[in-house]
Design a binder for this molecule. Structure first.
Ligand code: URA
Length: 280
């Protein structure tokens, strides 16, 4: 039996899709249906000759040529290429230009923008999150959606802001379609840039927002429940080490408000560390 959905039902279904991260009418890669091979015809038995001349069929317009250029697929060689490119950068501006020009991460094909960083480079605190979401992809800046607004309010509570003393980035510079968890290969390619990003931004303290960023930056399989609130030391390729604090992702706090208590303890611990280092 066919059923007609009411407008409110359609709207609530669409809202549910958006809540689940399904907010793009695309797959991970565009499909050029003109370039796809024609479907295989089934062999038919031979027919007797037609009694009348067939109507001529107008030819279809020529199919557009498939896009040219390198096809980005993450590979160990691409990670090496990214590392070499990043090492050649001498400051954050050069690194940003290198990331924007990089074609070795397939996520770039479906993202609207490269999301590099926000805040003040050289700030004492650098926050590293996971990946841009829909709002960040649209606006080209990290943590500008609802979870970013919560993060801003949390740091304001200890007197810090992205306008004054925070520098914010993600382990990925492009939004994964539908906000899916980034693959290990995508993380590895972007991490080559992120490690150099941390070296060049020279934060006194690093804050890792969420399990994916914490695992990726600290190169551990330990989960965020065990990692959060415990100071680690991140060794950089230039020989320095940065005190690093994993904490819950603000999106997790929005879903689990009871965990805000632990995040508040993490913020107090960050404040104490900055005082110990003579920064506040
Ligand atoms: N979540 C992240 O991890 N980063 C952003 O920039 C936005 C949401």
């Amino acid at each position: 039996m066919s059923q007609t959905l009411a407008r409110e039902d359609i709207e609530s279904l669409l809202r549910w899709y958006v809540d689940q991260g399904i907010d793009e009418a695309i797959g991970e890669a565009a499909i050029n249906r003109f370039a796809a091979p024609p479907p295989q015809a089934l062999p038919l038995p031979a027919l007797p000759p037609a009694p009348v001349a067939p109507t001529p069929i107008r030819p279809l317009p020529a199919a557009p040529a498939p896009p040219r250029g390198p096809v980005p697929i993450e590979s160990p060689q691409l990670v090496e290429d990214a590392r070499a490119l990043a090492q050649r950068c001498n400051n954050v501006e050069e690194l940003e230009a290198a990331v924007r020009a990089f074609e070795g991460c397939a996520l770039k094909r479906t993202a609207k923008n490269t999301v590099f960083a926000d805040g003040v480079p050289g700030s004492p605190v650098m926050i590293v999150g996971e990946a841009p979401g829909a709002d960040e992809d649209r606006l080209g800046k990290p943590f500008v959606g609802v979870s970013g607004q919560l993060m801003d309010r949390m740091f304001e509570a200890i007197g810090m802001s992205r306008e004054r003393d925070l520098y914010i980035t993600n382990i990925l510079f492009w939004r994964p379609p539908g906000n899916r968890t980034p693959t290990v290969a995508e993380q590895a390619v972007c991490m080559a840039f992120t490690r150099r990003h941390i070296e060049l931004a020279r934060p006194k303290v690093l804050v890792l927002a969420g399990g994916t960023a914490a695992k990726s930056v600290l190169d551990t399989t330990e989960g965020i429940m065990r990692l959060r609130g415990k100071w680690a030391s991140l060794g950089l390729d230039d020989g320095r080490a940065v005190p690093t604090l994993p904490t819950f992702h603000p999106a997790y706090l929005l879903r689990t408000p009871a965990s805000k208590r632990q995040s508040w303890l993490d913020l107090l611990s960050l404040d104490r560390k900055l005082r110990e280092l003579g920064i506040r």
